[in-house]
Design a protein around this ligand. Structure first.
Ligand code: SF4
Length: 364
């Protein structure tokens, strides 16, 4: 009798969980087994309840796993899109389902909100490649040149920056900075490959830093050739943090937002996304009917964020990310300058004809 009552209670609880998670299942079922799903569904239901209790929103980056991206993300997208949504939101608490520099950017744009990250170890090889002190030395070496900094940097670096950029607007920002400062060269840091790929798209001279994303630097032109041989009909899309010869061998290059737009608009039969693995899984959930083929590389930092630590983060209100006010104020100016530029009509694409021509870059 007791067992029957317990079974009944469990069944009632599962029915409640199903009511609030059934819409998520079709988007994640290719990446979650039916055996795993009840545990994940319970966590998703619990997190969504906790968000309401805490007046919180979850910002989920494109590289989060599909259970997070489709199950608990209130806003999904690239790092800058997320930070802008954070600033627009009325919620008191922001949970950054992403890496530490993203949480800092959210705090910079939303100083009055509590910003939490579920795992403080979620770092980034690119952000770790440079410090504010390095930028001060670069400025001393190239006086009078504007410093354009990729958003994948710490607040300390942003504070030394004239204007930030993303992979979606880097060419536009570089050309704007050269015109504003009346110069023919700009400093574009810290991603060496992004800088090289931008240099191929503009006549503005680029001075670059040797930082790299450990996920994108591993792709090679040989990987692309292997994919073409194995899947002759597949369309190959590369992220501009990849080496130049990878872009030159691809069919399309653009930011994660541009890739999503491309797949949603063209619906190719087979597609290869040369970027972090979860990106393909997440786009697949929104664009059924397209076959996504590897290779891809996992970002170990992004993968530190899980449903379990998001739940714990909301229960314990941990781990808060703060930025000293004077640093935040200077960093905000750099981010805000970029935000104030007119947005491109569509997420920027890299012209692959230009990408096939080598352009010299001065590497610091
Ligand atoms: S994918 Fe690359 S740039 Fe993004 S967090 Fe991971 S290491 Fe950093």
């Amino acid at each position: 009798m007791e067992a029957t009552m317990a079974d009944g209670a469990a069944m009632a609880r599962w029915t409640t969980v199903q009511d609030v998670t059934d819409h998520v299942w079709p988007k994640v079922r290719d990446h979650v087994t039916p055996m795993e799903w009840p545990v994940q569904a319970e966590l998703i239901a619990e997190i969504n309840r906790l968000k309401a209790d805490r007046d919180a929103v979850i910002l989920a980056h494109n590289y989060m796993t599909p259970d997070i991206f489709h199950g608990v993300g209130d806003y999904v997208g690239d790092s800058l899109g997320l930070a802008k949504e954070a600033a627009r939101s009325d919620a008191k608490v922001i949970v950054q389902a992403g890496v530490h520099f993203m949480a800092e950017t959210s705090k910079i744009l939303s100083p009055d909100k509590t910003v939490l990250i579920p795992d403080l170890r979620a770092g980034c090889s690119l952000a770790a490649s440079i410090t504010g002190a390095d930028v001060r030395l670069i400025k001393a070496r190239y006086p009078g040149l504007p410093v354009v900094t990729y958003v994948n940097t710490t607040a300390d670096v942003k504070a030394e920056t004239d204007i930030c950029c993303t992979s979606a607007n880097a060419v536009q920002v570089v050309e704007w900075a050269a015109k504003e400062w009346g110069v023919d060269r700009v400093i574009l840091i810290p991603d060496e490959f992004l800088a090289r790929n931008v240099a191929a798209q503009t006549t503005v001279g680029i001075i670059a830093w040797k930082g790299r994303c450990e996920v994108h630097e591993r792709f090679t032109a040989a990987d692309i050739a292997d994919m073409r041989a194995a899947y002759p009909g597949a369309e190959i899309l590369a992220h501009p943090e990849c080496p130049e010869d990878v872009l030159a061998a691809s069919d399309f290059a653009g930011s994660t937002a541009a890739m999503t737009d491309y797949v949603a608009g063209r619906k190719p039969k087979q597609v290869v996304l040369i970027t972090e693995c979860s990106m393909a899984s997440n786009v697949a959930g929104d664009v059924p009917g397209v076959q996504f083929i590897g290779p891809c590389n996992l970002c170990p930092h992004m993968k530190r964020i899980t449903l379990e630590n998001i739940r714990d983060c909301l229960i314990n209100m941990q781990f808060e990310v703060t930025v000293p006010e004077d640093m935040a104020e200077r960093a905000r100016l750099a981010v805000q300058r970029m935000v104030d530029l007119p947005p491109p009509a569509i997420p920027a694409r890299y012209d692959l004809f230009k990408a096939r021509h080598h352009v010299a870059v001065e590497l610091i």
